[in-house]
Design a protein around this ligand. Structure first.
Ligand SMILES: NC(=O)c1ccc[n+]([C@@H]2O[C@H](COP(=O)([O-])OP(=O)(O)OC[C@H]3O[C@@H](n4cnc5c(N)ncnc54)[C@H](O)[C@@H]3O)[C@@H](O)[C@H]2O)c1
Length: 346
């Protein structure tokens, strides 16, 4: 029997979720919801999904088995709690929530209600990042010594985000989760410094760049360079990637090196100017890439009661590291993770 999916928040990610879920096997989109009702009504014309005006109504609909939360970061918690409260399985876009308190309330509700809850940490499902994990697990580069991750987006990201979130909450949760996953250890300290100026000039009261150093309890040292300052006219993807050096080798992911290059006369004034072939591509109309793999994994967990490969505890730790990165930059001091927003809901 097909899983009935309800999608809350129909912006950049939510629309992708609807498009993919409509065409993946074993699932159908039965309900959609956005506070901008016209967006939901337009999408309903092509999907046939029922439009519900509030996340709470979608959560309690008997025509929904699983709720997909794609609202802005600080709106995740209400939609997730409504869905868990109604006994539904829930997939939440990253970050799990905007605060540790909110994230813990989700974990507490999931534990008592027994709902399957997964957070969309997409990089764990991207073939190159996941191949890096498997190579490390297989001992192919020996003991990990250092990890460097870099994700520098384009100022044009603000055309959607409009300054509503921070680099730690938007990119930090992705990359600090990956660093922790690949280090296979817990962070002991983090120090971060940040700068601003470029985005202020574009009218957004947010920072441009954070540079962070993390030490893990197995002696792995990691750096993270996370920013939003690539000029509007330039490609951002070449400034993003990962390098891991071990005692017997190294591995490297260059996000832009997908193997596909083309130049189009329409110019390059876009955050994603090159056709995506890794995150959410379509091959002859069939959804593929990391997003399809991630959604199929979640649906399999719902069907079989399997534990998602990324747990809520992992997602909360990624959030805690990101908030610690912010706190370190705020105070200009090293943060000891043993003293920062301890997780009590694992
Ligand atoms: N995994 C990734 O690679 C990736 C990429 C981009 C965004 N994201 C995440 O996806 C989430 C959504 O980001 P986005 O870029 O799609 O944002 P967006 O602004 O494009 O879309 C958010 C939508 O939610 C709607 N909304 C707001 N509050 C609502 C509510 N209470 N109930 C129902 N609808 C509501 C808005 O009207 C909007 O249409 C964020 O958590 C973001 O961090 C993840």
């Amino acid at each position: 029997m097909k899983i009935k999916a309800g999608v809350v928040g129909l912006g950049f990610m939510g629309r992708r979720y609807v498009e993919f879920l409509q065409r993946l096997d074993g699932v159908e989109v039965t309900a959609i919801c956005d506070i901008r009702k016209e967006i939901a009504e337009n999408l309903a014309k092509t999907t046939g999904a029922q439009v519900l005006s509030r996340a709470e109504d979608l959560a309690t609909s008997s025509d929904v088995d699983a709720v997909f939360v794609c609202t802005p970061e600080d709106r995740h918690v209400d939609a997730a709690l409504a869905a868990i409260g109604a006994g539904k399985a829930v997939m939440i876009e990253k970050p799990v929530a905007h605060s540790l308190e909110a994230a813990r309330s989700i974990a507490k509700a999931a534990k008592s209600g027994g709902s399957t809850v997964m957070v969309g940490h997409l990089l764990r499902f991207e073939p190159r990042w996941s191949a890096a994990k498997h190579a490390i697990q297989a001992g192919e580069i020996g003991e990990v010594v250092s990890i460097a991750t870099r994700r520098v987006g384009n100022v044009l990201d603000q055309e959607i985000l409009a300054g509503r979130t921070t680099i730690p909450l938007y990119y930090g949760v992705h990359d600090l989760d990956i660093v922790r996953w690949l280090a296979d250890a817990e962070a002991v300290t983090i120090y971060a410094s940040r700068r601003s100026g470029v985005l202020h000039q574009s009218g957004y009261e947010i920072h441009d760049l954070y540079c962070a150093i993390l030490r893990f309890d197995n002696n792995v040292l990691a750096t993270a360079e996370l920013g939003w300052h690539v000029p509007a006219a330039a490609l951002a993807a070449p400034t993003t990637g990962l390098t891991v050096v071990g005692t017997e080798g190294w591995l490297k992911v260059e996000q832009a090196a997908t193997g596909l290059q083309y130049w189009s006369g329409s110019g390059q004034r876009s955050v994603h100017p090159v056709g995506d072939v890794t995150f959410w591509p379509e091959v002859h109309g069939v959804p593929g890439g990391a997003l399809a793999t991630e959604l199929l994994h979640f649906l399999e967990c719902v069907r079989t009661d399997m534990q998602p490969v990324i747990t809520l505890a992992d997602a909360i730790e990624a959030l805690r590291l990101s908030l610690a990165m912010e706190a370190s930059a705020d105070r200009n001091e090293i943060i000891r993770l043993s003293e920062f927003g301890l997780i009590d809901s694992r």
